[in-house]
Each structure stands twice: as structure tokens, then as C-alpha cells.
Design a protein around this ligand. Structure first.
Ligand code: ADP
Ligand code: ZN
Length: 738
């Protein structure tokens, strides 16, 4: 018999099946992981069997050996579907479905420790990939680097266990500057052995009851309910119903809101025995343990970020996607999948129940629900009868005219003062970190940009550094213009650091805490900051998007949005949608208990409808306006947008690739009468990142198989070009248009 094998590789030309003979007596099925001799490599290659057949037309080699882990047949189908839909290699998709660490050979050996040193990348991934291809000779060193790239940080024991490389190999990589050692608190049980009080089902209110009963049969549902309307309670009771039927559930939450508070609600209801959690902050060993708990059928509830959809759940019955509009559900690296699409695919194939929940659904999801592709279930009231917060919009232009140059309007200042007196808490939200967002020479107008990206550097005052928020490049402060040597350097724009300074100046007696990527470090986690804010009753929490998502602080009664406009001018057709979603979400943090919440939104565009409607927190009204505009301008959901991203270190090569690809597409579109709109290649909005120049081509169309094949063909055309550093990626309706 012949096995069709996919070789584990991201090289595009290897994205096909290779035939191998199955040796007499070897038990090989679809999904079996094998070692095979490949090309003229000295070492055996990793492969996965995706098909079995009688004969091959080629002269074939034999499978050399079996690997311990298998992949379920259904996942092989899923991987094929993904590879096709998202223009990537099947093996890249299969990797997501392997147990963390891939090949654990000696699981029992692993020791349990409290704090350990973990090893992580010390250089930029691109640089490392480059050296793997060109510089590093040792296979073991390459394996270790690839392992860390795939799995994030790992202990040396984990590396030894999962890659078969010795400590000496790791040490060499550290010495050569590829890896670095950090200390990490590791608890092999990520639940932290918390004492939780058991909760019982709440009696559902009328709306909740109707929604719950509507989900009696399998199918796809959009649970659309304002913040605090009791969606989570419905999830809990649906999971319970599944447990009673012997079925498991996967609950996806945005990465950033996967906090112990979130998980606690589930543990309190179901106990930690039955629950597994999966997210990128766990070490590979921790993830491996969780994976096994799921695979053995012990954990019947999986809570996790996007990739938890691939958990090897036994007898899956229910998938929940909370905050379904969240951007983290779409992967920005290959395979660039949208987990909502995968969840629908899995649901349809296996006749499951899928619940997507949100207070501000993705326009596309809501439109599809209205078209009947999902069943729409609505919750209109907060479950604990607290009122939605009252929202006031402050016109910053007026504020400037009145001579207030501070980041905080008079109105907001008064409200903060009230809260300080009554010992209530306040959240201030600003979507920009750092101190000043750009640095300019007043004499010649020169702005300081990253050496590797076409992006202005942000000033970080505490460290006296200028940083690139795209690639991490840092340099010291500048006192003199590098261009004209003038000394008139001025810092413009304001981030969370500056806001914190201003708040301290305005309210010297207030306690404050800041949460953004710069304060959230390994030592000072996201968790700890939120706990501190809550437990020590800190007066003011200042932060970026991190403060927006899903937290529940009973004592917060005031939310201030410092600049509602920051999402508006980003050149993305979703700008209004994102603005409305963020404002509604952040407003939802205020007054979640008895006390009424107040929200102050500061803006330079008070007439913009996304900002105006957020005042009433009325998604329906927003939706009706926005959908009209989308229809008129032919934007999703009325068409699909395909972005063909092209990049290269060499600008001329990039131009050449762009021209050829565009020519190829244009010819076929005209000759074969495709009904689509092909735009000419243009520089991307950020036209250089990490020394790679970027261009892109847009296509507007109604995506179908024919267009899919056209795009596949154009990729093949690109692979034929034999370029040096060019890359092409195709994205379908990407979330991030920058
Ligand atoms: P959402 O997930 O929509 O934001 P939650 O499920 O978190 O809403 O509910 C908000 C608050 O209302 C929580 O404190 C929750 O305990 C409470 N709650 C939810 N459902 C009920 C109910 N049926 N009766 C009483 N309180 C409820
Ligand atoms: Zn940069």
C-alpha cells in the first residue's frame, strides 16, 4: 500500500503530497505521523499521512518509522480546507493541531518546579530565519531555534525533551546572541490553586430564557446582547447542558481578556478538574499538560484564545466565541486564518452548536444573521438591572478655544474630582502608549523615524528612549536635529505616559496605576495590575486597549476616553465600526453594579456618527447607518476584499514583482471576463517595516472558487519568478488593513 505524505515544511513548492510505500506490518492510517527519507537530506524528515492508496505511478521510497503522536482524521480534512482557503501550506495548518512541543518522547521525566529559567528569542524573528537559512550550520541549533519560534519561551528541560538537543546547544545559542534567559514563575497548574466559591445556575430572566430555549437544537447562533446582559450566564448553562449530554465545549475569548477572573467564573461553576485553559502565555510544558488533560477526556471544557479551536476535544458539542468582533480572532501570521470561519466549518461538518456573542457584533456577522445564515438572539437589558452608563461627549476644539491645553477637559476633570471625593474609581483610556508620539525639528520640519520602518519613533520618557512600536528598535533621546543640527527639537502627540504625568500633576493626592505593554512585563503581569487596581482601590487606572476588554470592577463609576478619534483616521473602511465598538466596550466598564456609570468621551470630531451613536450605545442605529454606507461604497459585507501583500528588502525587486503580478492578473481578468475590480499596486500605508519595503494590490469581488483558483495561479506565477527576498501573502478580508 502507498501512503500520501505531506512533508513538514513552509517551503511553498513542498506543499504537495509525496508517495511512500508502507512497509509490511506497519500500522499506518490517515493522520499517522511518520519519518521519511526526503530528497537528499541526511536526516529523516517529519511527515504526516493524508491519504492511502493502492498504487503509485512513481518509484517510491519506504516510510522509515512512526512518530508517537497521531492526528485525528477530521483534523486532516480541516487542514486541507484551511490551506486552500488561506493560501498556505497544509503542513503549516497541521502544526497548529499537534500537541504543544510536537514530539514529547519522555513525558514522565519532566520535573515540577516553582520558578525556573526560561529561554526565549534574543533577536528579531526575521533575522533568525535569515541566519537559519544562511549562517547556522548545526541542525540541532536550527531545531532549537525553530522550536522556540513555534512555541515561545521554554525551559531548558523542555527543550531537551522536545528537541533532543542538549543543554550545550542551548548555551551556544545563548553565547551567540540568539537566545536569552529570563526568570519565569512556572506553575504547572495554571489555575494557581485558588479557592473559589461554588456558584449555582442563576434563574434566567425572560430574555435569557428565550435565548437559551432557542438553542435547543444544534446550529449557529449570534447572541447579541448589551454589556452585562447576562451572555456569560447563558454560556455557563449551555456548557452545563452539554456536560449532562456527555459532550464537551470549547469557549474562545480574546487573548487579552483571558484572565483568571474570566476563568474563575467557570471554575466556580464546574470545578477545575473538568477545565483546561490554553493560551500563549503558558509555557510549552504547561500547554502540553493542558493538551493531555483534554485529549484524555478529563477536561470537558476548554477555555482559550484563538488556537484553542485545535484542541483535541473528546466528543465536542458546543463552540462559544465570546466578543466575536474581536480582532484577535484573525491570525496575522501564516496561516492567516479567521477562527470564526473555522468554527463555522467545524460546526457544519459535525452538526454542533456554535454561539457567537457580542454587544457590538462584527458588521458582517450581524448582516449574515439578519440574512438568516445564523439565528439572531437578542438581549436588550442588563441582567442585574443596573442602568447603562450615561455618556457625554466633549468637543476638544471648544476646549482648546477656551484655552485648555491639557489632555483632560474641564468636564472630565470635574468628574474625576467627584470620584476622588466619593472614593469611587476611574478608568482613563488612551489608545497610544509612550510619552510623545512623534519628535520633530522645529527648524527644518524633520521628524525622527525608525531606521527600519516607515514609522515615527515614540518618545518614552521614563527610559529616555525613542522606540519604534513596530519592530522594537530603540535609540537614545535626541537633543539635536540629525538633519539640520538645529537644537529646536519638539515632542508632539501624547501617549499614556504623558497622560499619567498630567493626571499626577492635576490630582497630586490621587493614586494611579498604568497598564500598557510597557508596564505589563513578566514580573508585573496584566493580572497583577488589575488585581492591584481592584484590591487596593487605586483611584485611577490609565491604559491602552488592555483596559477595554471584559473586566468587571464594581467600584468603577467613571470612564474617560481621552481621544476618541485615534481610530478614525487610519485609512481602513472599518474605522467607524472599530471606533464604535471600542467606545461602547470601554463605556461598558462603568457602573456595572448599583451605582450609575458616567462616561466622558473627548473628541475633535463630535459630529462623526460612530462617536455620536456611541453616546446612546445603540448598536442597531449605528448598524443601520453603517450598512447603508457599506452598500453604497461596495464594501464588506457586500463584497470581499482581497489584499495581495508584497514585500522585499530590495525595492527594485519589489517593483518588479508587483508589476509582473499585476500584469498577469490583469490579463487573465480581462481575457477570462472575471467580474472583479483589480487595483494597481501601490505602496502599503506603512511602506516599510523591518527593512522590508511593502506594496499591495487590492481586489474587490464576490469571492468564489474561480477567483480562488486565479489567486492560487498567481501565487504559482510568483514562485516561478525566482526572487531573492520577495514575499507574497494573500489575505481575505483582513482585519488590519495597514
Ligand atoms: P455579559 O456576559 O453579557 O457581559 P454577565 O453574564 O457577565 O453579562 O452578567 C452581568 C452580571 O449580571 C453578572 O454580575 C451576573 O452575575 C449577573 N446576572 C446574569 N444573569 C443573571 C440572572 N439571570 N439573574 C441575576 N443576575 C444575573
Ligand atoms: Zn521599526
Amino acid at each position: 500500500m502507498i501512503a500520501e505524505v505531506i512533508i513538514d515544511s513552509s517551503v511553498k513548492t513542498l506543499n504537495k503530497k509525496f508517495d511512500y510505500e508502507i512497509p509490511e506490518g506497519m500500522n499506518v492510517q490517515v493522520g499517522t505521523r511518520v519519518f521519511v527519507p526526503f530528497a537528499n537530506k541526511k536526516e529523516l524528515s517529519d511527515g504526516i499521512v493524508v491519504g492511502i492508496k493502492e498504487n503509485s505511478e512513481f518509484k517510491v521510497k519506504k516510510i522509515a518509522g512512526l512518530q508517537p503522536e497521531q492526528i485525528d482524521k477530521n483534523y486532516i480534512e480541516l487542514a486541507k480546507w484551511m490551506a486552500n482557503r488561506y493560501f498556505c501550506n497544509i503542513s503549516e495548518c497541521l502544526r497548529l493541531m499537534l500537541p504543544p512541543g510536537k514530539t514529547a518522547k519522555n513525558v514522565e521525566k519532566r520535573v515540577k518546579e516553582k520558578t525556573v529559567n526560561v529561554v526565549g528569542l534574543a533577536k528579531d524573528i526575521d533575522e533568525i530565519y535569515n541566519d537559519i537559512d544562511n549562517k547556522i550550520k548545526s541542525e540541532k541549533q536550527k531545531n532549537v531555534l525553530e522550536f522556540i519560534i513555534d512555541n515561545g519561551v521554554a525551559t531548558v528541560q523542555d527543550i531537551e525533551l522536545f528537541t533532543d538537543a542538549s543543554r550545550a546547544v542551548v548555551n551556544t545559542l545563548i553565547k551567540n546572541g540568539y537566545l536569552e534567559v529570563n526568570e519565569k514563575q512556572v506553575d504547572r497548574n495554571p489555575f494557581l490553586h485558588k479557592q473559589t466559591v461554588k456558584t449555582v445556575d442563576l434563574k434566567l430572566n425572560e430574555e435569557q430564557g428565550i435565548a437559551y430555549n432557542s438553542m435547543e437544537y444544534s446550529g449557529k447562533y449570534l447572541l447579541y446582547g448589551v454589556t452585562g446582559s447576562g451572555k456569560t450566564e447563558i454560556y455557563l448553562q449551555m456548557i452545563e447542558k452539554m456536560l449532562n449530554q456527555g459532550k464537551s465545549s470549547i469557549m474562545l475569548v480574546p487573548e487579552i481578556s483571558l484572565t483568571p477572573q474570566t476563568v474563575d467564573r467557570f471554575i466556580s461553576r464546574f470545578g477545575e478538574e473538568q477545565i483546561a485553559i490554553l493560551h500563549s502565555k503558558l509555557s510549552v510544558g504547561e500547554r502540553f499538560d493542558q493538551w493531555n488533560k483534554i485529549k484524555e477526556g478529563k477536561a470537558r471544557i476548554v477555555i482559550g484564545a484563538r488556537s484553542a479551536i485545535f484542541a483535541p476535544v473528546v466528543n465536542l458539542g458546543l463552540i462559544i466565541i465570546d466578543e466575536e468582533h474581536d480582532e484577535s480572532y484573525q491570525s496575522e501570521t501564516a496561516p492567516r486564518y479567521d477562527v470564526r470561519e473555522l468554527a463555522e466549518y467545524i460546526t457544519d461538518k459535525n452538526d454542533l452548536t456554535l454561539i457567537m456573542g457580542s454587544a457590538t457584533p462584527d458588521m458582517r456577522t450581524f448582516y449574515r444573521a439578519k440574512q438568516g445564515e445564523l439565528e439572531l438572539l437578542t438581549l436588550t437589558k442588563r441582567a442585574n438591572n443596573s442602568e447603562l452608563p450615561s455618556v457625554e461627549i466633549v468637543d476638544l476644539r471648544q476646549e482648546l478655544a477656551n484655552g485648555n491645553k491639557s489632555m483632560i477637559s474641564e468636564k472630565l476633570r470635574n468628574e474625576i474630582e467627584k470620584n476622588l471625593i466619593t472614593k469611587k474609581q476611574t478608568i482613563l483610556y488612551l489608545n497610544r502608549r509612550g510619552f510623545s508620539t512623534f519628535v520633530m525639528c522645529r527648524d527644518c520640519g524633520y521628524t525622527i523615524k525608525c531606521k527600519r520602518c516607515d514609522i515615527t519613533l515614540t518618545y518614552h520618557k521614563n527610559e529616555h528612549k525613542l522606540k519604534c512600536h513596530y519592530c522594537g528598535y530603540e535609540q537614545g533621546e535626541v537633543k539635536e536635529c540629525p538633519e539640520c543640527h538645529g537644537k529646536n527639537i519638539k515632542y508632539f502627540g501624547a501617549g499614556t505616559q504623558k497622560l499619567e504625568d498630567e493626571v499626577k500633576e492635576l490630582f497630586p493626592s490621587a493614586t494611579t496605576i498604568r497598564m500598557d505593554i510597557d508596564t505589563v512585563t513578566k514580573k508585573n503581569s496584566h493580572e497583577e495590575i488589575l488585581n492591584k487596581f481592584k484590591n487596593e482601590n487605586i483611584d485611577i487606572l490609565i491604559g491602552t486597549q488592555m483596559v477595554v476588554k471584559g473586566h468587571h470592577f464594581p467600584n468603577v463609576t467613571l470612564v474617560g476616553v481621552i481621544a476618541a478619534d485615534s481610530n478614525l483616521n487610519m485609512g481602513d473602511f472599518r474605522a467607524n465600526e472599530k471606533t464604535f465598538q471600542t467606545l461602547t466596550q470601554v463605556a461598558g466598564r462603568a457602573g456595572r453594579e448599583k451605582e450609575n456609570g458616567r462616561v466622558i468621551i473627548q473628541t475633535y470630531n463630535p459630529d462623526n456618527y460612530a462617536i455620536e451613536y456611541s453616546k446612546y450605545q445603540d448598536y442597531d442605529v449605528f448598524y443601520n447607518t453603517e450598512i447603508g454606507i457599506r452598500k453604497q461604497l461596495k464594501y464588506p459585507p457586500f463584497c470581499d476584499i482581497i489584499v495581495i501583500d508584497m514585500s522585499s528588502k530590495n525595492e527594485r525587486e519589489l517593483m518588479n514583482v508587483a508589476k509582473k503580478l499585476h500584469g498577469y492578473l490583469k490579463n487573465r481578468v480581462i481575457n477570462e471576463k472575471f467580474g472583479l475590480l483589480l487595483y494597481s499596486p501601490v505602496p502599503s500605508p506603512i511602506d516599510k517595516i523591518k527593512d522590508r519595503h511593502r506594496m499591495r494590490m487590492l481586489i474587490k469581488c464576490l469571492y468564489d472558487d474561480r477567483i480562488h483558483d486565479l489567486l492560487q495561479d498567481s501565487l504559482s506565477e510568483f514562485y516561478k519568478m525566482k526572487t531573492i527576498s520577495a514575499r507574497v501573502a494573500i489575505e481575505l478580508n483582513p482585519n488590519n488593513m495597514l
